[in-house]
Every structure is written in C-alpha cells, then in structure tokens.
Design a protein around this ligand. Structure first.
Ligand code: GRF
Length: 222
C-alpha cells in the first residue's frame, strides 16, 4: 500500500513509519507533504530517500490532491499535521485518511487542541489515564471514527512534558501497527487492545468499507 504522510513538526511519528514500512512490509512511505519548510519531518524524509513536497497554500485542496494523485497515494496519514485537510481531499480520500492524536478522543480534542495544550488539559482534568488515538479523518477536527486507542497512565507529579513523552512512545508503536494492518487488509481496520498486543480486527474502521482478514500485531504495553 502506497502511503503519503502529512506533517508539520519534528516528525518522530513519521520516523517510526519510515522505520517500520520497509521491504518486505506491505506498506511503503512514498511521499511526505508539509505546510511549512521548517518541518523537521521533511529532513527525515529526505534522509530516508522519500519524495517531499511543501504546499504553497494548505487551504488549496486541488494542490494537495494533485500531489497525492501524482504519487499514487492510497492511504494518507496525518502525523502531527496542524492544518485542516481541505474538504475536497477528505471527500476524494474518504475512509483513507487517518490522524494520530495524543489523547483519548473524544475527550481533549477539537480545534486548538494540539501539542502541549492537550496534555495540560488532561492534567488539569485530574484524569488518571491518557493515551493516543488514531481515527479516520472527516471534515471536523478529531471527530472521525476511532481506529485504535491505547491507555497510558497519568502519574502523580506528571508535567505536560513527561506525559507527552510517555504518550509519544506509544504513538510510535501504535501508528505503524495501524498502517501495517491497513496495508494487509486493503483498508483501514480497527485495532483492539488485547493484553500486551493489538488484535487487528476484520472490522473496517468505517462501516461499509471492505477489508480482508488480518492478524495480531504486537505492541509492548508499559
Ligand atoms: C504527536 O503527539 C501527535 O499525536 C500529534 O502531534 C505530535 C507530532 O509529533 N498529532 P511528531 O512530529 O511526530 O514528533
């Protein structure tokens, strides 16, 4: 499966994908797109020999759609992408765009909830559990069907930084697990936390999408 990644930041999730989507894995990162030249993710892509593109106008759906089509992208992954994906791209790639968010949606999501603000809100709420969510992207921020979640404890004395680091470590396992399961199934499937591993279900993340049987993916729990 040909995967295109959209990233605005440092790109540690992109790195996890680059590291796990190599021969003979069923998924390949073929394109990395950013809205900013400053994104560290672009440098990671170049180092891995992956084509990069920087959008002139992130609100221009035709521009993004053009570059995704040019590289025959089949699955789009938002890995720390801070802009809203234009509606025409969401429509053209229906059920084939996923995003990773550093909290357990539907809590602590929505417009403006990114970066340390998310972890600050989790700590302020007194919640004892957090963890990343992968979801299918729809027209609204952080609202599409949930693909995978993994609980991460909030510890006494946690700061936004310490909590972010604990969640991020799990993101680096979870996002590649989702992408590889999607590549095996031919569509985005839900992963269920099952003991110390994920079970890739045969259940499409979005009702009505068709998928093939998939196996179990190991994800070491903390
Ligand atoms: C991650 O925490 C991700 O959940 C959020 O943005 C951050 C990106 O980090 N959407 P990186 O650029 O992958 O290091």
């Amino acid at each position: 499966m040909r995967v295109g990644v959209l990233a605005s930041g440092g790109g540690t999730n992109l790195q996890a994908l680059l590291d796990s989507c190599r021969e003979p894995a069923p998924a390949r990162i073929v394109l990395v797109v950013s809205n900013t030249l400053e994104a560290g993710a672009l440098e990671r892509a170049r180092r891995a020999g992956v084509t990069t593109a920087v959008l002139h106008d992130h609100q221009d759906g035709a521009e993004l759609l053009g570059v995704l089509r040019e590289h025959r992208v089949e699955l789009v992954v938002l890995a720390g992408y801070l802009k809203l994906v234009p509606t025409e791209v969401v429509t053209a790639f229906r059920d084939r765009i996923i995003n990773i968010h550093p909290a357990l949606l539907p809590s602590f999501g929505g417009k403006g909830m990114y970066g340390h603000r998310v972890h600050e809100a989790v700590l302020a709420s007194g919640s004892t559990v957090s963890g990343p969510t992968v979801h299918v992207v729809t027209a609204e921020y952080d609202r599409g069907p949930i693909v995978a979640q993994w609980p991460v404890p909030v510890r006494p004395g946690d700061t936004p930084e310490s909590l972010a680091a604990r969640v991020l470590a799990v993101e680096h396992e979870m996002l590649p697990a989702v992408v590889l399961a999607a590549a095996r199934a031919g569509g985005v499937v839900r992963l269920l936390a099952n003991g110390p591993a994920f079970t890739a279900t045969q259940e499409p993340a979005v009702l009505g999408a068709s998928v093939e049987p998939a196996g179990t993916i190991r994800l070491q729990k903390e």
